[in-house]
Every structure is written in structure tokens, then in C-alpha cells.
Write a protein that binds this ligand. Structure first.
Ligand code: GLU
Length: 469
């Protein structure tokens, strides 16, 4: 059997972390089985679906690298097909027209609830043939009245629901629009979906969908209903907990590799392994190792993973995602060293790509002002001689590399008979504008000698102004 999975978001908002995890599990299962992953946009709720949300979902999926093999399909483009299947069910007596006005149904439900019963449609039109002419009607599915449905769930085991618990659900509304549960069934059938991975909030729909699949003579897929994601405080994850949109994590400076690794572990495990590359995930993933309980989101762990990937992925890979942040912060990457080189020396100093861009501006443009504290501490009159001396040494270098730079700084300190810090710190503040940077030889090596010269001049000016004030 070929494994076919799908991710079927309703485009009523951005791609949130819960949806992304469902998509990831679905994608992973297909990949792990050499199968196919389909993207389907469930946009039948025309009032709540927006093009913006569709774009946001596609953008999120692309950023995460969850490529789909087929689709995106749109349910709104498949109404003819749904109606065709409805006609077949009607012709076979497996569905029927229900002429009950909404007000009558409401009254029945109220009475049922008043008696302490579960509100349900009583099957009034199930077998009637005295159809009124010209009256609006809905189409209902004839749910079997006896027996039960067993949902075989990879995560929750077998779930048995008696058919007497289910009423005859509407598959096409009075306004002619096929309903959600019905479209899902026809799609899963037509698209050959073998495994349905979705949120546990859909678990009540599953027995109904299985009954319809059976009536159609369609194969029943296997199911995996994934539990909810909670915030760090144990409450359902929401905006209160900070970012919930996948793209917000991009904006905050996370690598998709980190978020994917974080999401895969949120509910799934493989021994006590924490770090999973995409290849690891594909090789090791199975639906049967997904936990049943809700998982709590832990931002600290995500940050830890982000740091891990920033340091361990090839800088060229990190650069692909870092670029965007430099552009966001209006840093012109054409004005300085290769981004990879900056990543190599800066990645271990930050938690996010956003911070990486923030602390790397000086490689691409002259800073406007010195960091006040660093300047106050290190750009003092006593530093003047050291700066002049090191400037002379650096400008005399025949070769510009970490060794020669290192040597020049060392020699300056030796010749002046002072400690390295007395030369290094003023030089660092002069070159980077602040007291924090990777080691000076690495930092200076990524800049040009003339830039260093100008920046030292600027520091000397600062010192001169300070002397005069
Ligand atoms: N469209 C549904 C949702 O966004 C998913 C339905 C399904 O996966 O079957 O929650």
C-alpha cells in the first residue's frame, strides 16, 4: 500500500504551531514510508476563509520546508464533485432530503434538552416520500441505526462509538453548500489518503466520516489524532503565551530547523534523543511513538535548539535564513564580508538570527556612535598612544590575515610594555563601536585595513574631544 497523508488546514488564520506540528507529523509519516504528502485547503467556510490566510499558510509551510507532493487543492473548486457524490448517495437511498424548517428543529432540540437528553435530529424525513414541492431542503446522510463504529487510532488505540449516538448529519445545507464533514470524506477518498493525521479536536467527526466512507464503499484510512499543545502554564496555547504563528518565529529569529526539531519532540520521542535533523526525523518517525497527553510549549528549549542549529549547521545554510534579518534591519550585505564568515564568528554569541543581525551591523557600515559605557571606559586619553601605535602596525601589514593581525596587536602591547587589554579594548571599541566582539584577529580580519584606519581615527577624535571638554 502506498502511504498518502495530507494536511488540510482551514484558512481562517495564520499557520500556528499546533497546525505546523500536525503538518510535520503528516509530512514525516509520508516521507518515512516513501509515500506522498498532499496539501489541501479546506475553504468551504466562505465567510471565515481569506486569501491572506491561504498565503500565510503556504508561506509557513514553505519556510518550514514541508514541501507537498500534490496540491494545494481547494475545496471550493470541488463543489461539482461533492454534488455528484451526493446525487449518487440519494439515488442509492443512502441519503435523503430533509424539509424540516430550522425553527422546528430548534424546538425539538430545546424539548430534548429540557428532558435532559442529547439534542439530535430525530430522523423525521428519513423514510418519508411525501416531499413538498418547491420547499427548501437539506440533504442528510442515513447513519446506520444499529451497530457501532470503531476508530482505529495510532495514538489513542481503538475508540468505539455506538451509531445510536450519532444522528443523521447534514451533508448539504439548505443553501446548497456541502458540509465540512462530507467534503473531507470525499477528498480523503478521491485523494487516496491512507493515513489521516489531525488534531484531537476532530475526533468526534471521525466516526461520522467513517460511516460515510463505508456507505461510499471507500477504504477507511488509518487515523492518528494528535493531542493539543499547551502554553508553559498548562493552559491552551494562545497569543497570551507569545508567538503562536509560525512566521512570528521566523520574525523573532528562529531557524526552521530549530522549530521543526522542537515541534517533532513536542509529543513524539525516540529514546532520550533531543536533536533530530530532518533526515533523522524521517528515518526514525513513527505514528506509534506519539504520546497521548497534551504537550506544553517551552520557549527556553526552543531557544536552546535554535542556538544549537545556529552553531552546528553549515554557515551557508544559516546564511540563507539570516539574510532576511539583515535586510529587515536595513543592513546592506554587499557592503562587507560574506555573511557566512560573519556567522562563523558570531553565531555562538547570540540566541537568534535577529540578534545576529543586530550585533553584526559594524561589519557592513560604520557605526554612528560608540556604545556610551564602552567608550567611557576604554576610549580614555591613556588609550591614545596604544591606538596610534596599533594603527601604525596594522597599516604596515603586508598580509591581512588573522595571524598577521594577531601579531601586530601583540607586538604593539609588547613594545609599549602594557598588557594586551590596554591595546585590545580601545581597539575593539574603536573598530566595533562596543566592548563586545569575537576575538580581535577574527573581527578585524573581516574588515578592510582602510575601514580600521578610519574607525581608529574616529576613536582618536573622540578621545581628543574628551580631553578638550
Ligand atoms: N480543516 C481542519 C482544520 O483545519 C482539518 C480537518 C482534517 O484534518 O480532517 O482543523
Amino acid at each position: 500500500m502506498t502511504v498518502v497523508t495530507r494536511f488540510a488546514p482551514s484558512p481562517t488564520g495564520f499557520l500556528h504551531v499546533g497546525g505546523a506540528r500536525t503538518a510535520l507529523y503528516s509530512w514525516l509519516y509520508a516521507k518515512s514510508q516513501g509515500g506522498k504528502f498532499i496539501l489541501r485547503i479546506e475553504d468551504t467556510d466562505i465567510e471565515r476563509s481569506t486569501q491572506e490566510a491561504i498565503d500565510a499558510i503556504l508561506e509557513g509551510m514553505q519556510w518550514l520546508g514541508l514541501e507537498w507532493d500534490e496540491g494545494p487543492y481547494y475545496q471550493t473548486k470541488r463543489f461539482d464533485r461533492y454534488n455528484q457524490v451526493i446525487d449518487e448517495l440519494l439515488a442509492q437511498g443512502k441519503a435523503y432530503k430533509c424539509f424540516m424548517p430550522a425553527a422546528e428543529l430548534d424546538a425539538i432540540r430545546e424539548a430534548q434538552m429540557a428532558r435532559g437528553e442529547k439534542p439530535r435530529y430525530p430522523g423525521t424525513w428519513r423514510d418519508r416520500t411525501d416531499h413538498p414541492q418547491g420547499q427548501p431542503y437539506a440533504i442528510r446522510f442515513k447513519t446506520p441505526q444499529t451497530g457501532s463504529v470503531v476508530v482505529k487510532d495510532h495514538i489513542r488505540g481503538d475508540i468505539e462509538v455506538a451509531n445510536s449516538e450519532l444522528d443523521d448529519l447534514i451533508i448539504r445545507r439548505t443553501d446548497g453548500v456541502p458540509t465540512y464533514n462530507f467534503c473531507v470524506v470525499v477528498d480523503d477518498w478521491d485523494m487516496g489518503v491512507s493515513h489521516v493525521v489531525r488534531g484531537e479536536d476532530h475526533i468526534n467527526n471521525t466516526p461520522r466520516q467513517i460511516n460515510i466512507l463505508q456507505a461510499l464503499g471507500a477504504p477507511i484510512p488509518e487515523y492518528a489524532h494528535v493531542s493539543m499543545i499547551l502554553g508553559d502554564d498548562g493552559k491552551k496555547l494562545s497569543k497570551r503565551h507569545g508567538a503562536v504563528s509560525v512566521m512570528q518565529y521566523r520574525d523573532d529569529g528562529f531557524l526552521p530547523q530549530a522549530l521543526l526539531n522542537y515541534l517533532v519532540r513536542l509529543g513524539w520521542s525516540h529514546g532520550d534523543q533531543e536533536i533530530f535533523s530532518k533526515e533523522d526525523m524521517i528515518n526514525l518517525f513513527s505514528l506509534d511513538n506519539i504520546g497521548q497527553s497534551a504537550s506544553a510549549f517551552n520557549t527556553e528549549k526552543l531557544v536552546w535548539l535554535n542556538q544549537h542549529y545556529m552553531r552546528s549547521l553549515p554557515p551557508s545554510e544559516v546564511a540563507k535564513y539570516a539574510q532576511w534579518h539583515f535586510a529587515q534591519q536595513q543592513i546592506d550585505l554587499t557592503q562587507g564580508p560574506a555573511l557566512e564568515a560573519v556567522i562563523t564568528i558570531q553565531a555562538e554569541r547570540v540566541k537568534t538570527l535577529k540578534e545576529l543581525a543586530q550585533i553584526s551591523r559594524y561589519f557592513y557600515e560604520a557605526y554612528e556612535e560608540f556604545d556610551a559605557d564602552a567608550a567611557k571606559k576604554h576610549l580614555r586619553p591613556v588609550a591614545k598612544d596604544a591606538l596610534i601605535a596599533v594603527q601604525a602596525k596594522l597599516s604596515g601589514l603586508k598580509e591581512w590575515n588573522t595571524e598577521s593581525i594577531h601579531h601586530a596587536i601583540n607586538q604593539t602591547a609588547e613594545e609599549l610594555g602594557v598588557g594586551m587589554g590596554k591595546v585590545g579594548m580601545p581597539l575593539r571599541v574603536a573598530v566595533t563601536g562596543s566592548g563586545n566582539s569575537p576575538s580581535l584577529d577574527l573581527t578585524l580580519n573581516l574588515l578592510k585595513p582602510e575601514q580600521i584606519e578610519q574607525r581608529i581615527n574616529k576613536a582618536l577624535e573622540y578621545i581628543a574631544n574628551r580631553e578638550n571638554s
